[in-house]
Design a protein around this ligand. Structure first.
Ligand code: WT7
Length: 664
């Protein structure tokens, strides 16, 4: 990626300020902005001492020699220290009263439920650790996990962590091809999967995809298959084994060996700007320290909470904020197998009411879908158990923020807008809900111990409200250690835009995000740098234009991309989905087009008015809900679609967009 432009115009102004309710603050871990500021100051004065203190919340089998060894661009944390992630998530809880506390309360899509206490989860993990060992999996081996949202996915992850195997979870929505690529790149020796998975009432044939993916694998020796639906699957003798058969014979006694702090815990693949996914490598001590600390502080976790994160274990959010962070804190987590609109669009609200869930963490794209489905679904249910809401994954437009706050949170729940990445491993920028006054649309301030800033191309800090690049100026415990098998790509992608300077200035980690800081120091993410558009010499964040479009009463969702223009350099093309599906006359559509252009002109200024507005009934998205702007850019430019499309949520969307194109 190259940074050729010098400034990003930020034009969206959001003035609302929402203070934490006193009743919330009084009970919170950090109860005022003053205390938060003191904590940040203390951390900034000695960042290593700060994180050492946080690491002490974990059980260590041997102390570390040095807190952080940073040799550009290689970081090691708590060097010489020894610990075991599974021990921290399980053993230390079952040694006390939490033995009988619910660790996982799970609900299947068809409505079946299971509760695993810490003791039950511990026993399952020990048994599966022995199963893996029995199959020949050794410390340092890679195990691929290709499953739906079942407790067994967490059990498999924790069992790997227990024996020091490195897991790579592959999202169950990925195709056999995508799975094969990840298995080959990581050199996995074993795959854990299930017969099939439920999604929106349909069955997804996971075992079949595994068969396809490992057909010519040079590394995979064993496949473990959990029975979920009971559908018939082919089992290859000697290679394939049933989960329940292996578990029936497994001993429940498995020691948790002392592993090095830098022992590889997992690889998680994420897409980059090229076609080949990057295997982001995370290790043990630093990762767990920050995952545990941020879970406790950002979600203000209390012993009696029931916490529901709607992510999938196939994403980093599922790793850090379904499995490792909550369990390291001894929390009760709620896990759901299926789709949010099955059997009806009120499924989440129904579950929140029935289980008395207290903390709810989801993505802006989901929130906009809930808005589109209508208020009547949440209104039908008693959501009074909720005390805190969270979002992650993309900038949340103030419109959706206000809806979430009002309709789901009943006006009483703080919202933590959490900025982070697969690469950062844990939350970096976020409010603390008892302390930080909120502004809809910003993740607010860097957490204590995180030295994030917005800088210019030359590395100098931006002025107030001057758009620039979001960087992290000092290493943090849960940062990625490398791109698996490709250290050069790691160095080039993250550490070469702002390398160390001759004057002694250290290297900055490059996030790839554009941002600005307002007068209060709050960081406003303006989208990926490659989503930034230069129109007639003005740099605009596409996210801001989208936010303006979505604030119009007729619009459900919008994606704005650029197409080359002879006069302006770039022209803006907006793809828009409308609330409600009613067919409209050509004249009404034309009227709406010009109304929307004027609306954006009014919200931001006429430079931001889309040159072209295309209506479509859905936008192409990755499995994690990110709009695939690259595809939209190609459509907008009138070209054909090339490159990797394996992460598309719904292929038919592409066809409809092309049709919309033909009409225009
Ligand atoms: C990118 C990372 C972290 C788990 C989910 C996504 C965007 C993430 C926010 C937020 C604005 C956000 C950034 C970031 N992003 N959270 N709260 N506000 N943007 O993980 O797939 O690694 O994506 O998502 O652009 O760089 P990911």
């Amino acid at each position: 990626m190259s940074l050729t432009d010098t400034s990003i115009s930020s034009v969206l102004q959001e003035e609302r300020l929402i203070h934490p309710p006193p009743a919330f603050s009084n009970e919170a871990h950090v109860s005022s902005l003053r205390k938060l500021k003191a904590l940040r100051k203390q951390a900034a004065a000695d960042i290593y001492a700060f994180w050492e203190e946080r690491a002490r919340a974990l059980d260590w089998f041997a102390p570390w020699r040095s807190t952080c060894e940073w040799k550009y661009p290689r970081a090691k944390w708590f060097v010489g220290g020894k610990l075991n992630v599974a021990h921290n998530c399980l053993d230390r809880h079952v040694a006390g009263w939490r033995r009988n506390k619910a660790a996982i309360i799970w609900e299947g899509e068809p409505g079946d439920t299971r509760t695993l206490t810490y003791q039950a989860l511990f026993t399952q993990v020990c048994k599966f650790a022995n199963v893996l060992k029995g199959l020949g999996v050794k410390r340092g081996d890679v195990v691929a996990i290709y499953m739906g949202m079942l407790p067994e996915a967490a059990i498999a992850m924790l069992a790997c962590a227990r024996i020091g195997a490195t897991h790579t979870v592959v999202f169950g929505g990925f195709s056999a091809d995508a799975l094969r690529e990840r298995i080959n790149d990581s050199k996995a020796v074993c795959v854990v999967t299930q017969d099939d998975a439920y999604r929106r009432g349909q069955s997804i044939a996971l075992k079949e995809a595994v068969d396809e993916a490992v057909k010519k694998s040079a590394t995979v020796r064993k496949v473990v298959v959990l029975r979920r639906s009971g559908v018939e699957v082919r089992m290859k003798s000697r290679r394939d084994h049933w989960w329940h058969e292996l578990m029936a014979d497994a001993s429940p006694i498995a020691s948790a060996p002392a592993l090095n702090s830098e022992h590889p815990l997992f690889i998680l693949y994420t897409s980059g700007s090229t076609g080949k996914p990057k295997g982001i490598l995370h290790t043990t001590g630093g990762y767990l320290t920050q995952a545990a600390y941020t879970t406790k502080m950002v979600f203000d976790l209390r012993e009696d909470d029931l916490y529901f994160c709607t992510a999938d274990v196939g994403w980093i959010t599922g790793h850090s904020y379904i499995v490792y962070g909550p369990l390291a804190n001894g929390a009760s987590l709620f896990m759901y197998e299926g789709a949010p609109n099955h059997p009806e669009p009120d499924r989440f609200w129904d579950m929140i009411a029935r289980h008395r869930i207290t903390i709810f963490y989801t993505a802006p794209t989901a929130i906009r879908a809930f808005m589109k489905w209508g208020d009547k679904h949440p209104r039908r249910h008693d959501l009074s158990s909720l005390r805190l809401l969270g979002t992650v994954g993309e900038p949340i437009n103030p419109e959706a923020w206000m809806w979430y706050h009002r309709v789901i949170g009943g006006g009483r729940c703080p919202i933590v807008d959490t900025w982070w990445q697969t690469e950062t491993g844990a939350i970096m920028i976020s409010p603390l809900p008892g302390a930080t006054p909120l502004k809809p649309g910003t993740a607010t301030l860097p957490l204590p111990g995180i030295d994030a800033d917005v800088v210019r191309r030359d590395g100098s800090p931006c002025d107030v409200n001057e758009g620039g690049y979001l960087v992290v100026k000092q290493p943090w415990p849960s940062m990625l250690r490398t791109v698996f098998g490709d250290f050069q790509r790691y160095k080039k992608t993250y550490w070469s835009e702002y390398p160390p300077q001759k004057d002694g200035r250290p290297a900055y980690y490059f996030t790839g995000d554009g941002a600005r800081r307002d007068a209060d120091g709050y960081i406003w993410i303006m989208g990926r740098v490659d989503d930034v558009v230069n129109v007639s010499g003005h740099r605009l964040g596409t996210a801001e234009i989208e936010s303006a479009l979505v604030s119009h009463q007729s619009v459900a969702e919008a994606a704005v991309v650029a197409r080359p223009d002879d006069v302006k350099g770039n022209a803006l093309v907006a793809f828009v989905t409308l609330k409600g599906q009613a067919k409209q006359s050509a004249r009404a559509v034309e009227k709406l087009r010009s109304a929307l252009r004027n609306h954006v002109g009014g919200e931001i200024g006429h430079i931001a008015r889309p040159d072209e507005i295309r209506f479509t009934d859905a936008l192409p998205k990755t499995r994690s809900g990110k709009i695939m702007r690259r595809l939209l850019r190609e459509i907008a430019a009138g070209g054909s679609i090339t490159g990797d499309t394996t992460t598309l949520e719904d292929f038919s969307v592409l066809e409809r967009l092309r049709e919309a194109d033909d009409d225009a």
